[in-house]
Ligand binder design. Structure first.
Ligand code: SF4
Length: 345
Protein backbone atom coordinates (compact mmCIF):
# COMPACT_ATOMS: atom_id res chain seq x y z
CA UNK A 1 0.00 0.00 0.00
CA UNK A 2 2.90 2.34 0.72
CA UNK A 3 4.83 1.20 -2.32
CA UNK A 4 6.49 4.06 -4.18
CA UNK A 5 5.61 6.49 -1.38
CA UNK A 6 8.09 8.34 0.80
CA UNK A 7 8.22 7.75 4.57
CA UNK A 8 8.12 11.18 6.23
CA UNK A 9 9.79 9.76 9.35
CA UNK A 10 13.02 9.39 7.37
CA UNK A 11 13.13 12.97 6.08
CA UNK A 12 15.26 15.82 7.38
CA UNK A 13 13.83 19.31 7.91
CA UNK A 14 15.25 20.41 4.55
CA UNK A 15 13.82 17.41 2.72
CA UNK A 16 10.40 17.97 4.29
CA UNK A 17 10.47 21.63 3.28
CA UNK A 18 11.43 20.63 -0.25
CA UNK A 19 8.53 18.17 -0.40
CA UNK A 20 6.09 20.86 0.71
CA UNK A 21 7.44 23.25 -1.90
CA UNK A 22 6.74 20.58 -4.53
CA UNK A 23 3.15 20.45 -3.25
CA UNK A 24 2.96 24.25 -3.56
CA UNK A 25 2.84 24.71 0.23
CA UNK A 26 4.64 27.27 2.37
CA UNK A 27 7.73 26.14 4.25
CA UNK A 28 6.28 26.99 7.65
CA UNK A 29 3.68 24.23 7.29
CA UNK A 30 6.52 21.84 8.13
CA UNK A 31 6.11 22.81 11.78
CA UNK A 32 2.48 21.67 11.76
CA UNK A 33 3.47 18.40 10.14
CA UNK A 34 6.29 17.78 12.60
CA UNK A 35 4.00 18.36 15.57
CA UNK A 36 1.47 15.84 14.27
CA UNK A 37 4.06 13.20 13.47
CA UNK A 38 6.36 13.47 16.48
CA UNK A 39 4.54 15.27 19.29
CA UNK A 40 1.07 13.81 18.78
CA UNK A 41 2.26 10.54 17.23
CA UNK A 42 -0.37 10.71 14.47
CA UNK A 43 0.38 8.77 11.31
CA UNK A 44 -2.96 9.07 9.50
CA UNK A 45 -3.04 12.27 7.43
CA UNK A 46 -6.86 12.40 7.73
CA UNK A 47 -6.47 13.13 11.45
CA UNK A 48 -4.16 16.11 10.85
CA UNK A 49 -7.12 18.44 11.06
CA UNK A 50 -5.36 21.80 10.82
CA UNK A 51 -3.99 20.92 7.36
CA UNK A 52 -6.13 21.75 4.33
CA UNK A 53 -8.06 18.80 2.89
CA UNK A 54 -6.36 19.06 -0.50
CA UNK A 55 -2.95 19.05 1.17
CA UNK A 56 -3.88 15.98 3.23
CA UNK A 57 -4.94 14.21 0.04
CA UNK A 58 -1.66 15.17 -1.67
CA UNK A 59 0.28 13.82 1.27
CA UNK A 60 -1.64 10.54 1.32
CA UNK A 61 -1.01 10.07 -2.40
CA UNK A 62 2.75 10.54 -2.20
CA UNK A 63 3.80 9.85 1.37
CA UNK A 64 3.15 7.88 4.55
CA UNK A 65 4.25 8.00 8.17
CA UNK A 66 5.62 4.72 9.52
CA UNK A 67 4.58 3.87 13.09
CA UNK A 68 6.00 1.00 15.09
CA UNK A 69 4.65 -1.33 17.75
CA UNK A 70 7.10 -3.63 19.52
CA UNK A 71 6.70 -7.31 18.68
CA UNK A 72 7.83 -8.31 22.17
CA UNK A 73 8.41 -6.41 25.42
CA UNK A 74 10.25 -7.87 28.40
CA UNK A 75 10.29 -6.06 31.73
CA UNK A 76 12.92 -6.70 34.35
CA UNK A 77 12.48 -6.65 38.14
CA UNK A 78 14.53 -3.41 38.29
CA UNK A 79 12.18 -1.72 35.78
CA UNK A 80 14.43 -2.11 32.72
CA UNK A 81 12.30 -2.75 29.66
CA UNK A 82 13.37 -4.33 26.42
CA UNK A 83 11.50 -3.78 23.15
CA UNK A 84 11.97 -6.06 20.17
CA UNK A 85 10.96 -4.65 16.79
CA UNK A 86 10.35 -6.67 13.63
CA UNK A 87 11.50 -4.82 10.49
CA UNK A 88 9.75 -4.89 7.11
CA UNK A 89 12.32 -7.35 5.70
CA UNK A 90 11.79 -9.76 8.62
CA UNK A 91 14.96 -8.78 10.51
CA UNK A 92 14.73 -7.77 14.17
CA UNK A 93 16.35 -5.13 16.36
CA UNK A 94 15.97 -4.03 19.94
CA UNK A 95 15.86 -0.96 22.15
CA UNK A 96 16.16 -0.94 25.95
CA UNK A 97 14.58 1.51 28.38
CA UNK A 98 16.70 1.94 31.50
CA UNK A 99 15.03 3.66 34.46
CA UNK A 100 17.05 6.39 36.19
CA UNK A 101 16.52 8.60 39.27
CA UNK A 102 13.47 10.80 39.70
CA UNK A 103 11.31 8.97 37.18
CA UNK A 104 13.61 9.67 34.24
CA UNK A 105 14.59 7.02 31.72
CA UNK A 106 17.34 6.46 29.18
CA UNK A 107 16.59 4.65 25.93
CA UNK A 108 19.35 2.60 24.34
CA UNK A 109 18.78 2.21 20.60
CA UNK A 110 20.27 0.15 17.77
CA UNK A 111 21.83 1.52 14.58
CA UNK A 112 22.45 -1.65 12.56
CA UNK A 113 21.10 -5.19 12.26
CA UNK A 114 24.02 -7.09 13.76
CA UNK A 115 27.49 -5.57 13.83
CA UNK A 116 30.73 -6.03 11.94
CA UNK A 117 33.06 -5.14 14.81
CA UNK A 118 33.24 -8.56 16.48
CA UNK A 119 34.06 -7.39 19.99
CA UNK A 120 34.78 -10.54 21.97
CA UNK A 121 32.70 -9.57 25.01
CA UNK A 122 29.56 -8.81 22.98
CA UNK A 123 26.87 -11.18 21.81
CA UNK A 124 25.89 -8.98 18.86
CA UNK A 125 29.46 -9.27 17.61
CA UNK A 126 28.82 -12.99 17.04
CA UNK A 127 26.03 -12.33 14.55
CA UNK A 128 28.11 -10.32 12.07
CA UNK A 129 26.60 -7.42 10.15
CA UNK A 130 23.37 -7.93 8.23
CA UNK A 131 22.62 -4.35 7.22
CA UNK A 132 22.49 -0.71 8.24
CA UNK A 133 19.29 0.68 9.71
CA UNK A 134 17.57 3.40 7.72
CA UNK A 135 17.03 6.86 9.17
CA UNK A 136 13.36 6.08 9.85
CA UNK A 137 14.25 2.78 11.56
CA UNK A 138 16.55 4.62 13.97
CA UNK A 139 13.99 7.36 14.68
CA UNK A 140 11.10 4.92 15.06
CA UNK A 141 12.69 3.13 18.01
CA UNK A 142 12.53 6.41 19.93
CA UNK A 143 8.96 7.18 18.80
CA UNK A 144 7.69 3.71 19.79
CA UNK A 145 9.35 3.82 23.21
CA UNK A 146 8.07 7.38 23.82
CA UNK A 147 4.56 6.18 23.08
CA UNK A 148 5.01 3.70 25.94
CA UNK A 149 6.43 6.22 28.46
CA UNK A 150 8.53 9.42 28.31
CA UNK A 151 12.25 9.19 27.56
CA UNK A 152 14.71 11.74 28.94
CA UNK A 153 17.99 10.57 27.37
CA UNK A 154 19.02 8.51 24.38
CA UNK A 155 22.16 6.42 23.98
CA UNK A 156 23.23 4.92 20.67
CA UNK A 157 24.69 1.87 22.28
CA UNK A 158 22.44 -0.99 21.23
CA UNK A 159 23.08 -3.32 18.35
CA UNK A 160 25.57 -2.01 15.78
CA UNK A 161 28.46 0.43 15.50
CA UNK A 162 26.82 3.86 14.95
CA UNK A 163 29.82 5.32 13.12
CA UNK A 164 29.73 2.41 10.67
CA UNK A 165 26.33 3.83 9.59
CA UNK A 166 27.41 7.45 9.89
CA UNK A 167 25.18 9.16 7.30
CA UNK A 168 21.93 7.64 8.55
CA UNK A 169 22.90 8.17 12.20
CA UNK A 170 23.69 11.86 11.61
CA UNK A 171 20.40 12.34 9.74
CA UNK A 172 18.45 10.54 12.50
CA UNK A 173 20.08 12.67 15.23
CA UNK A 174 19.13 15.83 13.36
CA UNK A 175 15.52 14.61 13.27
CA UNK A 176 15.54 13.73 16.99
CA UNK A 177 16.79 17.27 17.75
CA UNK A 178 14.05 19.11 15.80
CA UNK A 179 12.34 21.72 17.99
CA UNK A 180 8.86 21.07 16.64
CA UNK A 181 9.48 17.32 16.66
CA UNK A 182 10.84 15.31 19.57
CA UNK A 183 13.10 18.18 20.61
CA UNK A 184 15.93 16.24 22.26
CA UNK A 185 18.77 18.51 23.37
CA UNK A 186 22.21 17.53 22.13
CA UNK A 187 23.36 17.06 25.72
CA UNK A 188 20.76 14.35 26.20
CA UNK A 189 22.00 12.13 23.39
CA UNK A 190 25.15 9.99 23.59
CA UNK A 191 26.75 8.07 20.75
CA UNK A 192 29.02 5.19 21.70
CA UNK A 193 31.70 3.95 19.33
CA UNK A 194 34.21 1.12 19.34
CA UNK A 195 36.70 3.64 17.91
CA UNK A 196 36.41 4.28 14.15
CA UNK A 197 39.00 7.03 13.87
CA UNK A 198 38.14 8.77 10.54
CA UNK A 199 34.44 8.73 11.43
CA UNK A 200 35.10 10.33 14.84
CA UNK A 201 36.61 13.30 12.97
CA UNK A 202 33.73 13.34 10.48
CA UNK A 203 31.17 13.25 13.29
CA UNK A 204 32.68 16.36 14.90
CA UNK A 205 32.14 18.22 11.62
CA UNK A 206 28.56 17.10 11.05
CA UNK A 207 26.48 17.03 14.22
CA UNK A 208 26.56 17.73 17.94
CA UNK A 209 26.30 14.73 20.24
CA UNK A 210 27.91 13.49 23.44
CA UNK A 211 30.63 11.02 22.47
CA UNK A 212 31.41 7.82 24.35
CA UNK A 213 34.32 5.61 23.34
CA UNK A 214 34.38 1.96 24.30
CA UNK A 215 37.98 1.60 25.48
CA UNK A 216 38.14 -1.55 27.62
CA UNK A 217 41.91 -2.02 27.62
CA UNK A 218 45.13 -0.17 28.33
CA UNK A 219 47.51 -2.07 26.05
CA UNK A 220 47.22 -2.81 22.34
CA UNK A 221 47.82 -6.47 23.08
CA UNK A 222 44.70 -6.77 25.25
CA UNK A 223 42.58 -4.40 23.13
CA UNK A 224 43.52 -6.27 19.92
CA UNK A 225 42.17 -9.39 21.58
CA UNK A 226 38.96 -7.82 22.93
CA UNK A 227 38.20 -5.50 20.03
CA UNK A 228 39.64 -6.39 16.59
CA UNK A 229 39.07 -2.78 15.42
CA UNK A 230 42.14 -1.94 17.53
CA UNK A 231 44.35 -3.64 14.93
CA UNK A 232 43.27 -0.98 12.46
CA UNK A 233 43.19 1.96 14.88
CA UNK A 234 45.49 1.20 17.83
CA UNK A 235 45.25 3.00 21.17
CA UNK A 236 47.68 5.83 20.35
CA UNK A 237 45.83 6.65 17.10
CA UNK A 238 42.41 6.39 18.76
CA UNK A 239 43.37 8.60 21.69
CA UNK A 240 44.90 11.21 19.37
CA UNK A 241 41.56 11.31 17.51
CA UNK A 242 39.78 11.69 20.85
CA UNK A 243 42.00 14.63 21.79
CA UNK A 244 41.21 16.30 18.45
CA UNK A 245 37.52 15.70 19.03
CA UNK A 246 37.55 17.37 22.44
CA UNK A 247 39.44 20.33 21.03
CA UNK A 248 37.17 20.74 18.05
CA UNK A 249 33.90 20.33 19.94
CA UNK A 250 34.97 21.63 23.36
CA UNK A 251 33.19 18.63 24.83
CA UNK A 252 34.32 15.94 27.21
CA UNK A 253 34.44 12.33 26.08
CA UNK A 254 33.13 9.46 28.17
CA UNK A 255 35.30 6.37 28.07
CA UNK A 256 33.44 3.12 28.65
CA UNK A 257 35.55 0.51 30.38
CA UNK A 258 34.04 -2.95 30.82
CA UNK A 259 35.87 -4.55 33.72
CA UNK A 260 36.66 -8.19 33.03
CA UNK A 261 38.21 -10.49 35.63
CA UNK A 262 41.95 -11.06 35.13
CA UNK A 263 41.86 -9.40 31.69
CA UNK A 264 41.83 -5.63 32.29
CA UNK A 265 41.08 -5.14 36.00
CA UNK A 266 44.55 -4.87 37.60
CA UNK A 267 46.07 -1.85 39.31
CA UNK A 268 48.67 -1.81 36.51
CA UNK A 269 45.73 -1.30 34.12
CA UNK A 270 44.35 1.53 36.24
CA UNK A 271 47.80 3.13 36.26
CA UNK A 272 48.15 2.90 32.46
CA UNK A 273 44.65 4.26 32.07
CA UNK A 274 45.59 7.39 34.02
CA UNK A 275 48.65 7.85 31.80
CA UNK A 276 46.73 7.29 28.56
CA UNK A 277 44.04 9.81 29.47
CA UNK A 278 46.38 12.44 30.89
CA UNK A 279 45.21 15.93 29.88
CA UNK A 280 42.21 14.62 27.95
CA UNK A 281 38.90 16.17 29.12
CA UNK A 282 36.96 13.04 29.96
CA UNK A 283 35.20 10.84 32.46
CA UNK A 284 35.14 7.08 32.79
CA UNK A 285 32.20 4.72 33.09
CA UNK A 286 33.24 1.48 34.72
CA UNK A 287 30.92 -1.37 33.76
CA UNK A 288 31.44 -4.70 35.53
CA UNK A 289 31.12 -7.41 32.85
CA UNK A 290 27.58 -8.76 32.54
CA UNK A 291 28.17 -12.53 32.58
CA UNK A 292 26.04 -14.42 30.09
CA UNK A 293 25.56 -17.86 28.70
CA UNK A 294 28.37 -18.97 26.42
CA UNK A 295 30.79 -16.18 27.38
CA UNK A 296 34.38 -16.97 28.31
CA UNK A 297 34.64 -13.83 30.52
CA UNK A 298 33.80 -13.26 34.17
CA UNK A 299 32.90 -10.25 36.29
CA UNK A 300 35.67 -9.14 38.70
CA UNK A 301 35.23 -9.48 42.47
CA UNK A 302 33.52 -6.54 44.18
CA UNK A 303 36.73 -5.53 45.94
CA UNK A 304 38.68 -5.40 42.67
CA UNK A 305 36.07 -3.12 41.14
CA UNK A 306 36.10 -0.65 44.02
CA UNK A 307 39.93 -0.63 44.21
CA UNK A 308 40.10 0.13 40.48
CA UNK A 309 37.56 2.93 40.82
CA UNK A 310 39.26 4.47 43.87
CA UNK A 311 42.63 4.47 42.12
CA UNK A 312 41.21 6.55 39.27
CA UNK A 313 39.20 8.88 41.50
CA UNK A 314 42.23 9.61 43.67
CA UNK A 315 43.94 10.82 40.51
CA UNK A 316 41.15 13.28 39.71
CA UNK A 317 39.50 11.24 36.98
CA UNK A 318 35.72 11.32 37.31
CA UNK A 319 34.83 7.65 37.43
CA UNK A 320 31.25 6.45 37.62
CA UNK A 321 30.29 2.90 38.18
CA UNK A 322 27.49 1.76 35.90
CA UNK A 323 25.42 -1.19 36.98
CA UNK A 324 24.47 -3.72 34.33
CA UNK A 325 20.73 -3.37 34.61
CA UNK A 326 18.07 -5.82 33.52
CA UNK A 327 20.16 -8.90 34.18
CA UNK A 328 17.07 -11.09 34.50
CA UNK A 329 15.79 -10.12 31.02
CA UNK A 330 19.05 -10.53 29.12
CA UNK A 331 19.53 -6.79 28.64
CA UNK A 332 23.17 -6.81 27.58
CA UNK A 333 23.29 -5.80 23.96
CA UNK A 334 22.13 -8.47 21.54
CA UNK A 335 20.87 -10.90 24.11
CA UNK A 336 17.13 -10.66 23.55
CA UNK A 337 17.60 -11.00 19.81
CA UNK A 338 19.85 -13.98 20.42
CA UNK A 339 17.23 -15.62 22.59
CA UNK A 340 14.29 -14.99 20.26
CA UNK A 341 16.21 -16.11 17.20
CA UNK A 342 17.10 -19.31 19.02
CA UNK A 343 13.44 -19.91 19.87
CA UNK A 344 12.44 -19.26 16.27
CA UNK A 345 14.85 -21.85 14.91
S1 SF4 B 1 30.16 -3.98 21.47
FE1 SF4 B 1 29.15 -2.64 19.98
S2 SF4 B 1 30.72 -2.39 18.37
FE2 SF4 B 1 31.34 -4.17 19.55
S3 SF4 B 1 30.42 -5.94 18.47
FE3 SF4 B 1 28.97 -5.29 20.08
S4 SF4 B 1 27.56 -3.93 19.04
FE4 SF4 B 1 29.39 -4.08 17.74
Amino acid sequence: MNQGKVDLKGLSLKQLEQLLLEFGKEKYRVKQLLRWIYQRAVSDFEQMTDLAKVFRRQLAEHAYVSAWQPEAVEESRDGTKKYLFRLSDGESIEAVRIPMDEGRATLCISTQVGCAMQCRFCLTGNFGLTRNLTVAEIVNQVCAAQADAPISNIVLMGMGEPLHNLDNVVAALQILYLDDGLGFGTRRVTLSTSGLVPEIAALAEQVKVQLAVSLNATTDEVRDRLMPINKKYPLAVLLAACRDYTQKTRQKITFEYILIRAVNDSIADAKRLVQLLHGLPCKINLIPFNEHEGSEFKCPAEETISTFQSYLMQRQIITMRRASKGQDISAACGQLKGKLDKQAR
